[in-house]
Every structure is written in structure tokens, then in C-alpha cells.
Design a protein around this ligand. Structure first.
Ligand code: AMP
Length: 218
């Protein structure tokens, strides 16, 4: 199963992808996570990507396409994968389609998580991430029991550089201008399944699951 988890920043792509990996036993491939890892390690890619990421702009297509092409060749991706945060431009979608075409494969479905801007704004400005275990909290919806401290492991919470207001504004503009056109792109190719991303996490998951079941019966 090769899926794309699609939607604006803060729509819940990461959360839903993680839940699907357990059901399908295929990996979540998040370009955001790979890039953050590269920044942390201080690799050449990380150094190049950091300035774009911090201000909420997209990293150049050729950089992310190279990362994805390498990642998808790894052994754990041979049964399938869930792409989280890729593709984000038509150029990236075309590159993915060419890379899969060379292997005689294609994407099975694109799950489009729909959500209003007001809701995204709260999710992103309120997000606080654990510096140790990565657990996400939210000041509006799921505040930590002790301010600034992770409920799961007790480590310090931090506010991602790209969750600062200016960067969020840029990320939403980048989404609307560069990424949203992919909805039409995948609709025309008969791959798009739209799900309401504003419901409870488990309800969103059930909707995704039901949509995938319907697809597999077709
Ligand atoms: P995410 O965690 O998916 O929100 O990604 C964090 C940041 O990484 C984005 O704001 C971009 O700067 C960069 N990034 C992640 N995926 C891509 C992509 N497919 N194309 C370009 N930039 C990306």
C-alpha cells in the first residue's frame, strides 16, 4: 500500500500516518522529520534546509526529491509506505510519479485532511513538543499538567521555530500557493479521498480506514 497523507500544516498528517503504520505495518516517511534530523546532525542538506524551514518556506524541490528517492529505495519501503508531507508541489508530485513509474508502481490513494484556517492556527501556535520523547502537547486542547514539562517523560517542552506566528503565516501561504493545487492534480487522477480533519483523532482515523476499505473493495 502506497499512500500520501495530504493536508495543510497542522491538519494531523503525522498523527494519522503513525496510526496507519501500525495497521498496515509499513513505514511513515515524513520529509519534515528527515529534514529536522538532518538539521540536528548538521549535515550539508540540513544546513541548506534550515533557513527555509525556520521561516516556514518550502525547501527546494531538488533537495526533497533526492531525499525521497533515496529513502524509498530502503528495504522497509518495499511493501509500501505512507508519505507524510511529500509531495508539496506539482514538481515533486511529477518526480514521484516518474520514480514509481520506473518501478512499474503507482500511488494507491491520497488522503486529503480538510480543516479550517482558524483551527489550524490554534493547533500550530499552541503546539509544544517534548525535547526528549517527541510527544506533542497543545496549550489550547491538551495542556501539559505542569507548564513546560512533558506529561509522558518529564523532559522540557519546546516551541518549534516554525510554529512561531510569522513562520506559521508563511507556511499557510506556501500551502495555499504551492501545495493546494495538488488536490486538483490527484483528483484528476482518481486518487483523492477527502476526510474531515477537524473531528476527534480516533474519528478521523475511522473515516480514513473506512475510505481505504471501500477503495480496496473496488
Ligand atoms: P512538516 O513537519 O511536514 O510541517 O515540515 C516542516 C518543514 O520542512 C516545512 O515547513 C518545509 O520547510 C520543510 N519540508 C518538509 N517537507 C517538504 C517538502 N515536501 N517540500 C519542501 N519542503 C518541505
Amino acid at each position: 500500500m502506497r499512500l500520501i497523507m495530504f493536508g495543510p500544516p497542522g491538519a494531523g498528517k503525522g498523527t494519522q500516518s503513525k496510526m496507519l503504520t501500525q495497521r498496515y505495518e509499513i513505514p511513515q516517511v515524513s520529509t519534515g522529520d528527515i529534514l529536522r534530523g538532518a538539521v540536528k546532525k548538521g549535515t550539508a542538506v540540513g544546513l541548506e534546509a534550515k533557513s527555509y524551514m525556520d521561516r516556514g518556506a518550502l525547501v527546494p524541490d531538488e533537495v526533497v526529491v533526492r531525499i525521497i528517492e533515496d529513502r524509498l529505495q530502503e528495504a522497509d519501503c518495499q511493501k509500501g509506505y505512507i508519505l507524510d508531507g511529500f509531495p508539496r508541489t506539482v514538481v515533486q508530485a511529477e518526480a514521484l510519479s516518474r520514480a514509481l513509474g520506473r518501478l512499474g508502481k503507482e500511488i494507491d490513494a491520497v488522503i486529503n485532511l480538510e480543516i479550517r484556517d482558524e483551527e489550524l492556527w490554534k493547533r500550530l501556535t499552541g503546539r509544544r513538543v517534548c525535547s526528549h520523547c517527541g510527544q506533542e502537547h497543545n496549550l489550547f486542547f491538551k495542556p501539559p499538567q505542569r507548564e513546560g514539562v512533558c506529561d509522558c517523560c518529564g523532559a522540557a517542552l519546546f516551541h518549534r521555530e516554525d510554529d512561531q506566528e510569522e513562520a506559521i503565516r508563511n507556511r499557510l501561504v506556501a500551502y495555499k500557493k504551492q501545495t493546494e493545487p495538488l488536490i486538483q492534480y490527484y483528483r484528476e487522477r482518481g486518487k483523492l479521498m477527502t476526510v474531515n480533519g477537524e473531528k476527534e483523532i480516533s474519528q478521523v482515523f475511522d473515516e480514513i480506514w473506512a475510505a481505504l476499505e471501500r477503495m480496496s473493495r473496488q
